[in-house]
Write a protein that binds this ligand. Structure first.
Ligand SMILES: *[C@@H]1O[C@H](CO)[C@@H](O)[C@H](O)[C@H]1NC(C)=O
Ligand SMILES: *[C@@H]1O[C@H](CO)[C@@H](O)[C@H](O)[C@H]1NC(C)=O
Ligand SMILES: *[C@@H]1O[C@H](CO)[C@@H](O)[C@H](O)[C@H]1NC(C)=O
Length: 187
């Protein structure tokens, strides 16, 4: 309940920030989501490539997270610029989001699985750990904001579903962040 209240509060803030300088279209948001989807795939591949991909592969992970964050942020600003969505458009976008969120979740699960592979764990190298941690937290924020923006733009009958997606993916980020924090850090 506390969670819902907090999310609702942030939705109000986001709703209050809807000021459309240039009106965007639903098609633009869908194109953004296609881009997000490609980028999630690239991140997931980079994660699954460990540990064989070595140091270069490990260093690519925060970079891929940042690229994904950038595509999510683009989706967020285009959605804000599109304004309030009608039932049909909101349903279309929500359906597309329901396809990509499980892929983000799968990438997080793969990262959690890497965290439990403690032998020669490159994610334990201090520098990589710091940049993965920071990129992961930014990505959590970008993902949260993207889904919260959709919840705020959608008609009220779709709000609860969007918020539940937001809470679930937020929880998945928290689990991965917690799993990474358990890898011993090496210099
Ligand atoms: C997708 O992302 C890439 C890289 O950020 C960008 O160059 C491209 O314009 C984007 N495509 C769309 C359809 O927004
Ligand atoms: C997410 O990022 C935005 C913009 O950088 C920032 O204003 C906001 O406080 C961040 N939210 C959280 C929960 O970190
Ligand atoms: C994720 O962790 C943050 C920081 O501890 C917390 O504020 C938030 O409520 C957590 N999210 C969920 C869904 O548990």
């Amino acid at each position: 309940m506390v969670q819902f209240t907090r999310s609702f509060f942030s939705l109000c803030l986001i709703a209050a920030s809807f000021a459309a300088p240039a009106k965007r279209t639903v098609a633009q948001v869908e194109a953004d989501i296609a881009n997000i989807s490609n980028q999630v795939g690239a991140l997931d591949n980079a994660i699954k490539g460990l540990p064989d991909s070595g140091l270069v592969g490990a260093l690519a992970i925060p970079t891929e997270m940042e690229l994904l964050g950038t595509s999510l942020n683009t989706g967020t600003s285009d959605m804000k610029a599109t304004g309030l969505l009608d039932e049909t458009d909101a349903t279309t976008i929500l359906s597309a989001v329901k396809v990509i969120v499980p892929i983000i979740n799968a990438a997080l699960q793969h990262l959690t699985a890497q965290a439990s592979n403690l032998v020669n764990n490159l994610l334990g190298l201090a520098e990589i750990r710091a940049s993965v941690d920071s990129a992961l937290q930014k990505l959590q924020n970008s993902t949260d904001t993207f889904v919260a923006t959709l919840a705020a733009a959608a008609p009220v009958d779709l709000t609860a579903e969007a918020i539940s997606i937001q809470i679930a993916i937020d929880a998945a980020f928290n689990e991965t962040i917690a799993a990474l924090s358990e890898i011993p850090v090496r210099l």
